[in-house]
Design a protein around this ligand. Sequence first.
Ligand code: ZN
Length: 417
Amino acid sequence: MLLRSKYLLINPETLVENGFVCVSGDRIKSSGKFSEHECRGEKAIDLGETVIMPGLVNPHAHLEGPETFGGTPPPGEKRLLPFQSFTEWAEQIINMRQRMKPDIFIKTTDHGYDLLAINGITFVGDHSHIARTKNIHANAKIRRVVFEEVTDLNPLTAQQRFDEVRRNVKLIKKDKFLGTGVAPHAPYTVSSELYKKLYGFARQQNIPLSTHLSELKEERELLTKGKGKIRAYLKRVGRDNYYWRHPGTTSVQYMAKLGVLRPPSFFVHCNYLSNKDITVLAKSGVSVVFCPSSHYFFGHRNHPFRKLLKLKVNVALGTDGLGSNEDLSILKEMKFILDHYPGVNPTQLLRMGTLNGLKTLKATEKLGELKPGYCADIAAFPLKHKSTKPEHLKRVLIETSPKSILTMVAGKIIHRG
Ligand SMILES: [Zn+2]
């Protein structure tokens, strides 16, 4: 199959005008200027005023509902709007999830996968509860790492919880499109005993470990002093534990002390970091996932990702779930940064939304570039401004954040808009 378009982004740096990609089986056979193609006899699709680029990567989603902001809340439940405190939001979500019928988890996961394809995302890290949603993950069409998420602050039940996680992870039949991971929820909801067991398992299985880290201002108060707003919240939702002892240090330094701040772990949010945390993170070689829209939803300010990038930390972009985001679009996450954080250029953002995400998810296939021999994971976005010049192309693409008109995974078209 031959795809032709006005612009072709072979990778975030390399732009070709009037380009083509020739796909054979699941791989890219050739790519470059259309006038030089030697892809005779292939079925040709002329996509016209579009940009063809490598599929986008979203390493942090929660597809299973409730979709209380960007989607439809479950029957009888209300929409939860932005700028409320995280703990109030989380308490409502926890209560709602207890009332949710099993089919809502399945429907929302299915809907989430559709929405990712519509947004040109070809690889996702979904944080889920596998026993409930395994069939949807098994049949999804995009590349995915499915993380089993777990919360348990009680050190005495760490072994029991660990056994459950291992059992659930094994419910997934892995293949080259479908991998697994473990996701201890956060340092204020998971005991150190459970963290260590899950890290050992991730390392032994060579699968990623994902955890929310330094997301909240109040998280530091709990971890350093053992008290504060989060403690009260944990009590209210029945997640506090008598046997849990606060580590007396920040979340980042706590993870380092446990031996978890090392690959294959990666860390989501990292909104509140001290200078020492930043130094420790940068030395550790782990990836960080910044979720700009979700960050804004909870009223956080000034994410330190530019400092992390300067120190060569691999920073990727995530969407989080439709409970704290209006969409699952990596282009919109890039746009949010462009609008709110000076000094970040479009090429860097495209890198964060593709190659950095692949590194975060430990992708082993040749992905993220449209060069011969690479997997044919492709997204094509229409140009809303017809006379867009090449030097403005990347910025216009991000600022207009269109939906994909063609999303392809391993040579198969999985969405056509
Ligand atoms: Zn999350």
